[in-house]
Ligand binder design. Structure first.
Ligand SMILES: Cc1ncc(COP(=O)(O)O)c(C=O)c1O
Length: 442
């Protein structure tokens, strides 16, 4: 047998990549890679181990579907929802923040957005315009690439550094240095972190909070993977431990809570923006350049969110209200479902390591990195974007860490959600062939 045959015919992979025109294919964005893999699957009929995109791999939360169908039958589809959100959703969202984060906010501070994607966009549109002498965001990377795209299309400046190199107490000095250079209005990070799955601890969140107060910078805390640090049991309403948050350490924050991963509700594009009470009421005269009011909360709702979409889908708001109510009441434990991602990650990481791959972001301070929605990989002798392309010939798709702002350019991000357990034997066989064809340099 020819040692270099690959599970997916190389002529087809070459042809699709050439037609796309991005070389190496690992330089492509997430959605571009989705297209490349769809095209190869379409031609060959071979199913990929799809790890490129963070799509939930579980059924949507049934509580949401039921509530949404009832609302639809009651005719809400013909009515514009209030931009600030329907009352039951606002109430349950504030309760959720109390129950699962131990943070106090009022319903008025909880506003639905069309996914956290829109929450981020609207946050940039208001926060980064609140002071005429500052504009832009400091990203604590690695991160979700499209958030930088949002800054780009808005014409906002941004900067970033790789958090992994500045964990614990080292974070303060590095942030101070960056802020000195950057004149930023906001700081953004995700926790747990997409893609590395590091989880910022209380000491680090306290540092970020203190810096936010000292320099008057708004922290945009992206909780797209809410409750998914599976090392702790964050599933009990009103009982510690709680989802870690900067909200305990600053009065100047926006929390983005997505329904996409925690409740497998990505398709309905619904999330919540929680604005710190002090920030909501604050007046920024420079906002008047863009909005009718200098009040932050008002500018957010009747300026940014109005301009973007005039609110979030009416039925999806009913869905999220019902989901929050069920988890707040303790009748539905969402974590018991999403825990499956962590279990699959344990198996998949071990499989990759068996065939010579390494975990790139392997430590979370002094503990091994937790098993969750994503993990990061490298293979000796390749940089990340080459490795992404190479793996396409083996029926495995992932994205390069380079596009996430990571300093670990040798790495790629693997997402476990779409990989089914019944595909594990195929994954193992493909990895075995990959390692056979790519001996590790001594
Ligand atoms: C860090 C991060 N933020 C935001 C989002 C988008 O969330 P939503 O689907 O609620 O727009 C994602 C989705 O992958 C994400 O990983």
């Amino acid at each position: 047998m020819n040692m270099k045959t690959t599970p997916i015919p190389s002529e087809v992979v070459n042809e699709v990549i050439d037609a796309f025109g991005i070389h190496p294919a690992g330089k492509a964005t997430i959605r571009e890679l989705v297209k490349i893999v769809n095209d190869i699957e379409g031609i060959t009929g071979e199913e990929y181990i799809r790890m490129e995109m963070g799509v939930p791999g579980l059924d949507p939360t049934f509580v949401g579907i039921e509530a949404e169908m009832i609302a639809l039958r009651q005719g809400v589809a013909s009515k514009y929802p209030n931009i600030e959100g329907i009352a039951p959703l606002k109430k349950e969202a504030a309760r959720f923040v109390k129950m699962f984060m131990d943070v106090d906010v009022e319903p008025m501070h909880c506003i639905p957005t069309v996914g956290s994607m829109m929450g981020g966009m609207a946050s940039f549109m208001v926060v980064n315009r609140s002071d005429k002498d500052r504009t832009g965001t400091l990203f604590l990377d690695p991160g979700f690439p499209v958030q930088k795209q949002q800054c780009l299309v808005l014409g906002h400046e941004f900067g970033s550094f790789d958090l992994y190199d500045y964990r614990g107490g080292k974070l303060r000095q590095k942030m101070e240095e960056e802020i000195e250079k950057g004149h930023y209005s906001s700081i953004l990070y995700s926790n747990p972190n997409n893609p590395s799955w590091i989880c910022l601890n209380e000491e680090e969140l306290k540092i970020i909070g203190e810096i936010s107060m000292k320099h008057d910078i708004t922290v945009i805390e992206d909780l797209a993977y809410f409750g998914m640090d599976f090392r702790k049991d964050l599933s009990k309403p009103g009982v510690a431990p709680f989802q870690a948050s900067v909200a305990r350490y600053t009065e100047n924050y926006i929390l983005l809570i997505s329904s996409s991963k925690a409740f497998s509700y990505a398709g309905q594009r619904i999330g919540m923006m929680i604005i710190a009470p002090g920030l909501y009421d604050r007046k920024y005269p420079d906002l008047k350049r863009y909005y009718s009011s200098e009040k932050f909360g008002h500018a957010m709702i009747y300026g940014a969110l109005y301009a973007l979409s005039a609110g979030a889908s009416h039925t999806a708001q009913y869905a999220l209200a019902a989901i929050f109510k069920a988890v707040n009441d303790g009748t539905y434990n969402y974590i018991s479902e999403v825990r499956e991602y962590g279990k699959k990650a344990t198996i998949m990481k071990a499989m990759f390591q068996k065939y010579g791959f390494r975990i790139v972001y392997d430590m979370d301070l002094d503990e091994p990195i937790a098993d969750g929605f994503y993990f990061t990989l490298s293979y000796p002798g390749f940089d990340g974007s080459q490795l992404v392309e190479k793996l396409l010939y083996y029926g495995i798709s992932a994205i390069s860490l380079e596009i996430t702002g990571s300093s670990r350019t040798e790495g790629l991000r693997a997402c476990v959600s779409q990989v089914r357990r019944d595909q594990f034997p195929v994954l193992e066989e493909r990895l075995r062939r990959f390692s056979e064809n790519h001996s590790i340099p001594k």
